[in-house]
Design a protein around this ligand. Structure first.
Ligand code: MBD
Ligand code: FE
Length: 282
């Protein structure tokens, strides 16, 4: 039951596009006309400048046009934008937020994962591959108050680098859960360590990577959303010290504060690591 056989860029792209449409934070209707004018004019001016400086040829212009058409056909706009653009949007959006650092959401978050108690195991298959990981810690406010009942949503790829609901053959909520912290803000999540993630190589984004001589890898990562009433939600990811591609993430979403250093598990089964979250006030 390895999903690799049927996992295609177009299928995961279509799922990511559909997911984005259903969760869209803000509609386009409320973006101010003058902002659109300014932003799009500057984007076009920067494009014109690049064309002049590099003397873009018609062959290159047509290659660009064909590629842009294909990004849409493959449903890869969410992937393209989240890999190459979102990290700067996140940087600007959260530059004044106190507390724990966040990073990009990426294309594979799904709201409404199963609710789990403060100590829980993420939904997974009976013989889920991968090193067991106990991820535990405490959620508190910037003023030091523990945040009872904080919500820790976690989602991550499996040992083959696949996300449930974006690759075929995986149980619906595999490796996705919403853990409710205890009355001291404490949580303990049992899961497995995800594998490094290679973005689909058979779609438009893969073609770009190949044409430019880049690589398609993100380091192994856990995705999280941590929230509590009266506080700002943190969207973040956590990485593993020494892991492949921590130093050259294609999505440029690694920050030093986000690198975990797990040790051996107390029960002798895999690894464990403590990581606390500090939320800024709303
Ligand atoms: C991922 O798993 C991811 O987290 C991002 C940001 C982009 C593509 C795939
Ligand atoms: Fe991811």
């Amino acid at each position: 039951d390895r999903p690799a056989e049927q996992a295609t860029a177009a299928a995961s792209g279509a799922a990511a596009t559909e997911q984005f449409r259903s969760k869209q934070r803000t509609g386009t209707a409320d973006v101010d006309t003058r902002r659109v004018d300014t932003l799009v004019s500057e984007l076009l001016a920067a494009t014109h400048d690049i064309i002049r400086r590099h003397k873009l040829t018609y062959a290159e212009y047509d290659a660009l046009k064909a590629w842009l058409i294909r990004v849409g056909e493959d449903g890869e706009w969410p992937l393209f934008l989240d890999v190459w653009v979102e990290h700067v949007v996140e940087e600007v959006a959260n530059e004044n937020r106190e507390g724990s650092k966040g990073t990009i959401e990426g294309p594979y978050y799904i709201p409404g994962a199963p609710r789990l108690p403060a100590e829980a195991t993420l939904p997974m298959r009976e013989n889920e591959a991968g090193t067991p990981l106990l991820f535990h810690g405490q959620v508190s406010s910037v003023d030091g108050t523990p945040l009872a009942g904080a919500l820790i949503e976690m989602w991550h790829a499996d040992d083959d680098g696949y996300y449930s609901q974006f690759a075929p053959g995986l149980p619906e909520w595999n490796l996705r859960g919403a853990v409710v912290a205890d009355d001291q803000g404490n949580f303990a999540i049992h899961t497995i360590e995800p594998a490094p993630y290679q973005i689909p190589t058979d779609g438009a984004c893969g073609s770009l990577i190949e044409a430019a001589g880049w690589h398609a890898w993100r380091p192994a990562h856990l995705h999280l959303k941590v929230s509590a009433p009266g506080h700002q939600l943190i969207t973040t990811q956590l990485y593993f010290r020494g892991g492949r591609h921590v130093e050259d993430d294609i999505a440029q979403a690694v920050k030093p504060e986000l690198i975990l250093d797990p040790g051996p598990a107390a029960d002798g089964n895999g690894h464990q690591v403590r990581h606390d979250f500090i939320l800024d006030k709303a």
